[in-house]
Design a protein around this ligand. Structure first.
Ligand code: SF4
Length: 362
């Protein structure tokens, strides 16, 4: 899970959204506990590996990091424990228990492998996990299993999703959008509803990790998909957010301007969102391979608040090209991860957006 680019998230647990200073404390931290994973997903950000890296944060370091999150202020961030596959860590239950006991709203994003048993899911429910997310990249086994690299994953994912709901946990479905999957959007929308998910998060593939092999959508194809999603959102029985397509906010504003959306703070890479990798590097986004610091040598708060990378990403006036002169740059600003992946410039315009702002008058 990455910066969520849809409707503003609702208040959850003890972490109110309104009034937050997003330059002081993120709204959401995604923490890659490990890169180990039994799947071989073609879009994998982490380029996951079969075995755990001995340099992963230890259990004691993990607990200390959770304490740092809890100390970030009266509204600590929501925590998403991801990977790789977080169930590859034998201390996952201890990390969840510590996180929940510190009052952190804690989500888990496991891979669907034989480790994800009904018993494990029931344990997360008892431990106080808030949401569990499952990936479904297509409405059929043909599409999903090809994408995930392991036959049978589609059926197992459906079973896991149903178990999550049966144990009273909130369900999030994550879907990767690229040429291979975009045709299945309408059928996927119906499946997400049938499964009883509370949120559908759509990741617009960019060329990092194994995703370099996949055909990302063109700017016009991205726009068409976002328009479809924006119209679908008005009747969908779940919340919808995008990842790596912040122009979804611009599309929604163009369809139906919203005073609330226009006035509330917007979560973006580096402003409201941070990513911690398995060895403690802190980045504005898991798809942006630029470490702003490491929690083994600096407090998380110092990296988030003061590192040059995080600070520059909070200054939309520093953006270049169309994003720099765009009237929607405050609510959108383009995907910094895609800009960096495709141009090497973290402040460049987002190549996946066809919007043409007016040229500034000289
Ligand atoms: S030009 Fe940039 S800031 Fe404007 S809508 Fe497109 S991606 Fe967003």
């Amino acid at each position: 899970m990455e910066p969520r680019e849809g409707a503003h998230p609702p208040n959850r647990g003890g972490a109110p959204f309104a009034g937050r200073d997003l330059s002081e404390s993120p709204f959401l931290v995604t923490w890659e506990l490990t890169r180990a994973c039994a799947l071989r997903c073609r879009h994998c950000r982490a380029a996951a590996i079969p075995d755990r890296n001995p340099g992963e944060l230890s259990t004691a370091e993990a607990h200390r990091l959770l304490e740092q999150f809890a100390d970030l202020g009266p509204s600590p961030p929501f925590i998403v424990l991801t990977g790789g596959d977080p169930t590859e860590r034998p201390d996952l239950a201890s990390i969840i228990e510590r996180s929940v006991s510190l009052g952190l709203v804690t989500d888990v994003a496991p891979s669907v492998t034989p480790r994800l048993t009904d018993e494990v899911i029931a344990g997360w429910a008892r431990a106080g996990v808030h949401t569990v997310s499952i990936s479904l990249d297509g409405p059929t086994a043909t599409v999903h299993d090809r994408f995930r690299g392991v036959p049978g994953t589609f059926a197992a994912s459906l079973a896991a999703a149903r178990a999550i709901v049966a144990h009273g946990l909130r369900l999030q479905i994550n879907t990767s959008i690229c040429r291979e999957t975009v045709e299945g959007l309408a059928a996927m929308a119906a499946l997400v509803a049938e499964l009883g998910a509370q949120r559908w998060e759509l990741f617009f593939v960019i060329g990092t990790g194994r995703a370099r092999e996949l055909a990302a959508l063109s700017a016009d194809e991205t726009e068409a998909a976002l328009l479809w999603l924006a119209h679908h959102a008005s009747t969908a029985p779940y919340r919808m957010t995008t990842v790596a397509a912040p122009q979804y906010r611009r599309v929604r504003e163009q369809i139906a301007p919203s005073p609330r959306r226009g006035g509330a703070p917007v979560i973006k890479e580096g402003r409201g969102f941070a990513f911690v990798d398995h060895v403690g590097n802190v980045a504005p986004n898991g798809y942006l391979p630029l470490a702003a610091g490491n929690i083994r040598t600096e407090p998380f708060s110092a990296i988030y608040r003061f590192s040059p990378l995080f600070r520059v990403l909070r200054e939309p006036e520093r953006l270049r090209g169309r994003c720099g002169r765009c009237p929607y740059r405050e609510v959108c600003g383009g995907s910094r991860a895609r800009a960096y992946a495709e141009t090497g410039d973290v402040l460049a315009e987002d190549p996946a957006c066809p919007f043409q702002p007016a040229m500034a008058e000289s």
